[in-house]
Design a binder for this molecule. Structure first.
Ligand SMILES: NC(=O)c1ccc[n+]([C@@H]2O[C@H](COP(=O)([O-])OP(=O)(O)OC[C@H]3O[C@@H](n4cnc5c(N)ncnc54)[C@H](O)[C@@H]3O)[C@@H](O)[C@H]2O)c1
Length: 251
């Protein structure tokens, strides 16, 4: 059984790896044996030290994924460091909270750009290497707001709905090339992304009241799922959106 989840010799790119869920999933991959390129617009030094402590090869690229030509730079760097890309986790994401009636075009465009445009085009850039080798695992990070509308986060919900559809669309085209494209839809996790919610006593209570597991999720809660979707264990799983939410969607 253990071999099914072994990632020894695999190389991964994780975006948004400096903190939060990206850091958590990176450590999951590294524990399972993978080498990792950490990509973020701020330093991922803390994650890098932790991955190296696990005995894996690790490098980082500090880059704004919304800048022109940045996506090919990411792939080139990974090919330079590892010679191949086996796993991509499209995790970097942002959220902007404003009532829809006042929502700005800037907040719409920036969230859609990073959360969905980058997911599609970085997958495309990575898949060009994966297709040659007929092997690849692409894991997109969606959200419960791929299914639900959310409150005061319209561009975020739209962008995550797009992530779910991109996941299915790419799976339909690329599964035959040995590339698995799936998504994780995390529930309410304690990271920077949800700081405002956790600090609002009314929203915080109403959220916790609906979570059967009776707690916010943590970055560690995504490790098993990330390893599953990155490993041989999920070879016949294609275009799936895997909810990891302490039971929220079951309510
Ligand atoms: N925390 C939650 O409850 C939750 C729930 C569902 C989905 N998600 C998703 O999980 C992913 C990770 O979020 P998180 O909760 O860890 O939040 P986070 O804000 O801690 O992490 C986001 C990461 O993306 C990086 N990033 C932001 N803009 C970037 C850019 N332009 N270029 C490169 N990197 C950039 C940040 O530096 C950070 O490392 C996001 O896609 C988010 O939408 C989070």
């Amino acid at each position: 059984m253990t071999n099914l989840f072994d990632l020894t010799g695999k190389s991964a790119i994780v975006t948004g790896a400096s903190t939060g869920l990206g850091q958590g999933m990176t450590l999951g991959l590294a524990k399972a044996g993978a080498d990792v390129l950490l990509v973020d617009h701020v330093s991922s030094e803390e994650t890098l030290i932790k991955v190296k402590a696990l005995g894996r090869k690790c490098d980082q690229l500090v880059i704004n994924l919304m800048k022109e030509n940045s996506l090919q730079t990411v792939v080139d760097k990974a090919l330079d460091v590892f010679g191949k890309v086996d796993i991509l986790i499209n995790n970097a994401g942002i959220i902007r909270r404003t009532p829809a009636i006042d929502f700005s075009e800037k907040d719409w465009d920036e969230v859609m750009h990073l959360n969905s445009r980058v997911v599609f085009f970085l997958s495309q850039a990575v898949a060009k290497d994966m297709m040659k080798r007929k092997y690849g695992k692409i894991i997109n990070v969606a959200s419960l707001l791929a299914f639900q509308g959310g409150i005061t986060v319209p561009s975020y919900s739209a962008s995550k709905g797009a992530v779910a559809q991109i996941t299915k669309a790419l799976a339909n085209e690329w599964a035959k090339f040995g590339i698995n494209i799936n998504a994780i839809a995390p529930g309410y996790m304690a990271t920077n992304n949800t700081k405002a919610l956790r600090e609002d006593p009314v929203r915080s209570k109403s959220i916790l009241d609906r979570i059967p597991a009776d707690r916010w999720g943590t970055p560690e809660d995504l490790q098993g799922t990330a390893v599953f979707l990155a490993s041989k264990a999920s070879d016949y799983v294609n275009g799936h959106i895997l909810v990891v939410d302490g039971g929220w969607m079951a309510r």
